[in-house]
Design a protein. Structure first.
Ligand code: FAD
Ligand code: FES
Length: 273
């Protein structure tokens, strides 16, 4: 069993959980994730390791409530335990001294870019973090990202905080200003990652995206997380989750993510009752 030692509401619908998982914490690297199952009847879901404390033996996950399992996890409190937690899974991010790295996080993706931004900064990069939210009350971790970035830009769709618009507007502005950018790393909704890829493509800037395909076992055996990258079939759990964003078949990813939509809604409604 994996005990929750700290729970915090970061914004409406987004919770942070610090969980005792000493072996995972010891081996976790930026870009990796865990697959967890709340209880015996629970579904397995993948979540990024947003932070880890090898000494303290804990990992931190930040979870957005979108369906049955994530809503159910939202009811867990300090001292509650999670039945299974497998990890660290996936290939770690490629960290190097690239020069100027722009980290783009959308919504809960802001938590997911944190460990990568931190490692990129430690590797000597100039790190610019662009954090996108729908509105001001959903903003979280601006301060935490500021600790590991040279520049932080916040965007809100409705203009209630920071720059009005999407993360791509802020990124486009950097290109318009003639800023030298060596790598863009994006994590967030598929529509955002696709838009970032289309924006950087004509500039020839290497762009990495962390794909949130549906995963079940997380170890390359079930095929649920199949994605097409550069015309080749890849399993996001073992070949990724990070891939060259210019080569990803985004439309296929969207289709596969919506494949079980009706069943997921039924499952959520049943659980709410
Ligand atoms: P459901 O109602 O079952 O599904 C809602 C939507 O979530 C679906 O339409 C589908 O698009 C997606 N989804 C459903 N089941 C899965 C599954 N088993 N695997 C992946 N996606 C699924 N979310 C976070 O909030 N924080 C994170 O740090 C985070 N990291 C992720 C890392 C990876 C590598 C991947 C692949 C996904 C990550 N996600 C993260 C997404 C998270 O796994 C889904 O939101 C969650 O599985 C939804 O489950 P649910 O039962 O609450 O919702
Ligand atoms: Fe089963 Fe990737 S989740 S193969």
């Amino acid at each position: 069993m994996f005990r929750i030692v700290h729970k915090e509401k970061l914004s409406p619908g987004i919770n942070l959980f610090e969980i005792e998982a000493p072996r995972v914490a010891r081996h976790a690297k930026p870009g990796q994730f865990v697959v967890l199952r709340l209880h015996e009847k629970g579904e397995r879901i993948p979540l990024t390791i947003a932070d880890s404390d090898a000494g303290g033996g804990t990992i931190t996950i930040v979870v957005q409530e979108v369906g049955k399992t994530t809503y159910e996890l939202g009811t867990y409190e300090n001292g509650d335990s999670i039945l299974d937690l497998l990890g660290p899974l996936g290939r770690p991010s490629h960290i190097d001294n690239f020069g100027t790295v722009v980290m783009v996080g959308g919504g809960v993706g802001v938590a997911e870019i944190y460990p990568v931004a931190k490692a990129m900064k430690e590797a000597g990069n100039h790190v610019i973090s662009i954090l996108g939210f729908r509105t001001k009350k959903l903003v979280f971790w601006e301060d935490k990202l500021a600790e590991v970035s040279d520049e932080v830009i916040v965007t809100t769709n409705d203009g209630s905080y920071g720059i009005e618009g999407f993360t791509t507007h802020a990124l486009a502005k950097l290109f318009d200003e003639g800023r030298k950018i060596d790598l863009v790393h994006a994590v967030g909704p598929v529509v955002m990652m696709k838009a970032v890829a289309e924006l950087t493509r004509p500039h020839g800037v290497r762009t990495v995206a962390s794909l949130n395909s549906i995963m079940v076992d997380g170890t390359g055996m079930c095929g649920a997380c199949r994605v097409t990258v550069g015309g080749e079939i890849k399993f996001a759990c073992v070949d990724g989750p990070e891939f060259d964003a210019h080569l990803v078949d985004w439309d296929e990813l969207v289709k596969r993510l919506n494949y079980y939509r009706d069943l997921e809604l039924i499952s959520l409604e049943k659980w709410k009752r």
